[in-house]
Design a protein around this ligand. Structure first.
Ligand code: HEC
Ligand code: HEC
Length: 426
């Protein structure tokens, strides 16, 4: 097989298409050799999510030094190394991951000294330190994290008072969105959230139907991103490692889907059949409401869970839609296999047999290479100089973006186009 196809297929299998940088590919392979995964975040979002388990398939324990390879992988937006035996020296390897927005360090061996390595992560929004040894004196190092919104300090050495004064200090320096979770019954809501909840409640009261309140839910929900944090904050205390009320665990996708010995609690696409959903939407005074104390969940959390179940209760967002569009075509090779299906689906209406906007057809390799009225739209090896690529990566509101209407191409699709041009556009 052609080398490019081998790489393409390898990338499709991991759900993420990288550029062809050899060092990035090899860093990803290293993470995979730890039993880890490098995944796309969602359609149209640049960046990746990295999940590394505490042990490899062979049972080798992840070490601090293993994390050094992460700096070779660009655009890590989420890193999950929870439960790993990683300590402060391991966390030191994270200090330059500038795109990092979500970091799971719960139940690792990080201490106050390790927190100092996080001060430069200015994009960090979510930081989970649950079950670690960090204490109040380590908190100072986190004061530079201006975007921090969710901080988990349950079962650490940080007292409630210390957490409150950290929150107050952050508020003073302009971050009024920080919420600190100190356990399932103790959440220090932010000023912004309190105000939002008030508005939400008022909106609910003034609107006749529930449907008319606009809640923002993910178009392509993903368990780890949209659901796990809700369960972690509200359910895992009683349905997790320590306690399994009703013999039910809610601390992983597999556990949620498995349900209880009596049966499933989540049925994809079926809200009525999903007792998980039923139990979180009971009236506030119902004894069966979950969580039993401190409930119900917020409207937004319920909306996220509803949305996730309705859309199939999947583990992962569907990053790669390309495989579905792999239809039989007359063109062979990479173009016929990967590029033409995208062009046929998204461009041929205006650049095909019936219409040739800009005197351009995109329904065969020859036509695509011929370009618009004699002007090339593909420059072999140079995606940035190829208007075919340049126009599909423009933002949605740009006048020149292609296709001019409807959804943008997904990141996986534009990456394929880029890869095809980079590798010679044949
Ligand atoms: C304070 C502890 C506690 C918390 C927190 C909690 N639960 Fe429960 N949960 C229980 C108990 C106790 C039962 C069994 C009660 C019963 O049978 O009436 C239960 C039962 C359940 C069941 C029913 C399982 C079956 O037998 O069919 C589901 C589903 C469930 N919980 C979901 C949740 C979800 C979702 C959350 C978070 C939003 C949550 N629980 C939070 C204590 C808790
Ligand atoms: C709804 C119709 C429509 C669709 C669908 C569409 N285009 Fe276009 N395209 C146009 C029009 C109209 C123009 C000329 C105006 C302009 O340049 O913006 C154009 C121009 C272009 C040009 C510039 C040609 C030149 O003059 O250099 C490129 C490249 C292009 N389209 C690529 C694409 C690609 C790739 C897709 C699919 C991802 C696509 N278009 C989908 C309508 C469309």
């Amino acid at each position: 097989m052609n080398k490019l196809i081998v790489i393409l297929l390898g990338c499709l299998a991991t759900g993420w298409i990288a550029g062809l940088q050899a060092d990035e590919q090899s860093a990803i392979a290293t993470v995979e050799s730890y039993g880890g995964q490098v995944l796309g975040i969602a359609k149209d979002v640049e960046g990746v999510r990295v999940l590394i388990p505490p042990k490899t398939f062979e049972g080798r324990v992840l070490t601090d030094a293993d994390l050094e390879v992460l700096k070779e992988i660009p655009g890590i937006m989420e890193l999950d190394i929870k439960n790993a035996g990683i300590g402060d020296a391991g966390v030191a390897h994270l200090s330059n991951l500038a795109s990092l927005e979500r970091l799971h360090l719960e139940k690792t061996k990080i201490t106050d000294a390790g927190l100092k390595h996080l001060t430069g992560l200015s994009n960090l929004v979510y930081l989970n330190l649950y079950g670690t040894e960090v204490s109040a004196s380590g908190m100072d190092a986190l004061k530079t994290l201006k975007k921090l919104k969710n901080l988990y300090l349950w079962q650490t050495k940080v007292s409630e008072d210390a957490a409150k004064s950290f929150q107050a200090a952050m508020e003073k320096s302009g971050n009024d969105a920080l919420e600190i979770n100190l356990g399932w019954e103790k959440e220090l809501l932010s000023k912004a959230r309190l105000a939002a909840l008030k508005t939400q409640r008022e909106a609910l009261e003034s609107s006749a139907t529930e449907e008319s309140t606009e809640l923002v839910v993910a178009e392509d929900p993903d368990f780890a991103t949209h659901i796990m944090p809700i369960l972690e904050a509200n359910c895992v205390k009683c349905h997790g490692e320590e306690k399994q009320k009703s013999k039910l665990r809610l601390d992983s996708y597999a556990a949620v889907m498995e349900g209880t010995p009596d049966g499933k609690i989540v049925v994809a696409g079926d809200l009525i059949g999903s007792s998980l959903f039923q139990l979180i939407t009971l009236p506030a005074d119902d004894d069966d409401l979950m969580p039993p104390k401190n409930g119900p969940l917020s409207e937004n959390e319920i909306a996220q869970i509803r949305n996730w179940i309705v859309k199939g209760a999947k583990a992962e967002a569907e990053v790669v839609a390309v495989e579905e569009t792999k239809v039989a075509s007359k063109e062979s090779g990479v173009f016929g296999e990967f590029i033409l299906p995208i062009l046929k689906e998204r461009c041929a209406d205006c650049h095909g047999e019936d219409k040739q906007k800009a005197k351009l057809r995109l329904d065969s390799l020859a036509a695509t290479l011929k370009g618009a009225d004699g002007e090339a739209i593909v420059v072999s090896g140079k995606p940035d100089e190829s208007s075919l690529y340049a126009r599909v990566i423009l933002p949605a509101d740009h006048d020149d973006r292609m296709p001019p209407k409807g959804d943008l191409l997904s990141k996986a699709q534009t990456d394929l186009i880029k890869l095809w041009i980079t590798s010679g556009a044949e």
